[in-house]
Design a protein around this ligand. Structure first.
Ligand code: CP3
Length: 349
């Protein structure tokens, strides 16, 4: 392991303490997809710049990461990038289409295609090292969360060629060519690990693995075909000692296995109350979540009532408040600012 260049002084921050299930002065809050999306200052900065180009410009990526921290006073920043950035960095021809998501020019479907998934070297993503370095200097005691896509979710984009409702080609390959599938997710685990290591070594104080589409799988298939690759990622970054968060959508039936995969914190969507999620995840893990992002479109009084419900089911220690999935693009930014303030005031000790 290379030495960590600029460790953030964040151990005392409420976010890091909650990840470690230590007592906190107030419940920490951040939002998945808080960077970018609807903020007017983001839309202005991004005018005329393609999404993936903005990810390769350290100044721009750093500024976008900081915007929601300044505006909402969230307890953690999330690095502005995308789960497909490491794939782009190894030469996969892809684009992010506005309103659609990642689109892959030549999907990966055969053994011969595997050769295109070469290992990721830190030099492939020098702009990430630079942006994270700028950010950790600027953020002070506010932790920066690095992230990557989990092998299953990345495999789905690569095989389908873009977003998919049913993941039919992905499952066809998984069930029909299990050896090829295993090699594919193993290569993706190594790429994901390398991308997380770059972010940690540049100073990120925590990491989140997004397995957004894992909820499409039954538990037995998740355990057999997907979990080993995610376990490999969590094991590979364990020794850095930074909190590791594991998140997926529609994963109520997978929460136990996602806990078992090795993260310190398990993210929960809005379909399972946190107390029940805690029983499924098992002891020793912090929980992150889980207000339905659509609730933010309701009047403030209703948002506060639904937030109180989330807080009432949360564990006494080891809760990071978040939405059950990312901020929806048309969310009123002021509703997010009010929500941060409400959670802080309500949980202050
Ligand atoms: O908080 C943040 O926004 C940090 C950066 C971030 C982005 N993508 C930037 C982005 C993060 C954490 C992601 C993760 C991501 N990307 C996931 C996992 C999280 C989840 O939502 O489940 C997934 C599945 C992707 C793939 C992806 N990229 C999708 C589905 C989309 C949305 C397409 C759309 O326009 O609705 C993207 C594009 C994307 N990633 C945008 C941003 C800010 C919007 C692009 C734009 O502004 O043109």
């Amino acid at each position: 392991m290379r030495c960590v260049s600029a460790p953030q002084q964040t151990a005392a921050s409420p976010f890091i303490r909650a990840c470690r299930r230590e007592p906190v002065p107030h419940t920490p809050v951040w939002f998945m997809r808080q960077a970018g999306r609807s903020l007017p200052e983001y839309l202005k900065l991004r005018e005329g710049v393609a999404m993936l180009d903005s990810c390769t410009r350290p100044d721009m990526a750093a500024e976008i990461t900081l915007q929601p921290v300044r505006r909402h006073r969230v307890d953690a920043a999330v690095y502005f990038s995308d789960i497909v950035v490491p794939l782009m960095a190894i030469g996969i021809d892809l684009d992010i289409k506005p309103g659609v998501g990642p689109v892959i020019a030549d999907p990966i479907r055969t053994r011969a295609d595997l050769a295109r998934l070469r290992p990721l070297e830190p030099d492939d993503v020098g702009y990430v090292t630079e942006a994270v370095g700028l950010l950790t200097a600027e953020l002070g005691s506010t932790p920066l969360i690095g992230f990557a896509g989990a092998p299953f979710t990345l495999a789905s984009y690569l095989i389908e060629g873009g977003p998919s409702r049913n993941h039919e080609r992905t499952k066809a390959l998984m069930y029909g060519e299990p050896e090829l599938w295993r090699e594919l997710v193993d290569r993706l685990a190594d790429i994901t690990t390398a991308f997380l290591k770059v972010q940690i070594e540049a100073g990120a104080g925590a990491v989140q693995l997004f397995d957004s589409w894992a909820g499409a799988l039954a538990p037995a298939d998740y355990r057999r075909y997907v979990m080993p690759a995610s376990v490999k990622v969590f094991d590979a970054v364990k020794d850095y000692g930074v909190p590791r968060i594991h998140f997926g959508v529609g994963t109520g039936e997978l929460l136990g296995l996602m806990g078992e995969a090795g993260a310190d914190v398990v993210g929960v969507d809005w379909r399972v109350p946190l107390d029940e999620a805690g029983r499924r995840v098992g002891p020793g893990k912090a929980l992150q979540g889980n207000l339905d992002p659509a609730v933010l479109f309701a009047p403030t009084a209703a948002v506060e009532e639904k937030t109180r419900e989330v807080l009432a089911t949360a564990p006494e220690t080891g809760h990071i408040f978040n939405l059950g999935h990312g901020v929806l693009p048309t969310t009123d930014p002021d509703a997010l600012t009010r929500l941060v303030d409400f959670v802080h005031r309500t949980t202050e000790v």
